[in-house]
Design a binder for this molecule. Sequence first.
Ligand code: THU
Length: 130
Amino acid sequence: MSLLQAATDVRERAYAPYSRFKVGAALRATSGAVYVGCNVENVAYPEGTCAEAGAIAAMIAGGDSKIAEVFVIADSPSPVPPCGGCRQKLAEFAGADVKVTLCTTDGLQKTMTVAELLPGSFTAAHMDRA
Ligand code: THU
C-alpha cells in the first residue's frame, strides 16, 4: 500500500471531536516498514496529540528509529503543513533530505524536505561545549 493510501485510511480513524480536523500521517522507516498515526484530541485541549506524533510513536514501538519518507493528509484548502512541534519531532528521526509530502483530501500535494520544514533546527550538536 502507498504511503498516501495509508495516511488517507488512518485519517478516517482520527479522534478530533473538538477541532473536527482529522489528520493522517504515514511514514516509511529505512527498514521498509510503514507506520501510521492520526490526531487524538482530548477535552483538556493541550493533551491532544498530532498525527505525526502518533506515527513516530508507532515507529519507535515497532523497533525502528530512522524515517525514510513521510506523507501527511487533511481536508485542508492547501497541503497541510506539520505544526512546529511536529517538525522538530520529525527532525529527531529523519535526515535533512528526507521528503515530507503534504496532502489535501482533494488531491493537492506539496513535497518538502525536513530541512525546508525546519531550517536552523536545534540539534544535539548545540549542546556540545567540549
Ligand atoms: N494536527 C495534526 O495532527 N498534525 C498537523 O500537522 C497539524 C495539526 C491536528 C492537531 C489537532 O488535533 C488538529 O489538527 C487541529 O489543530
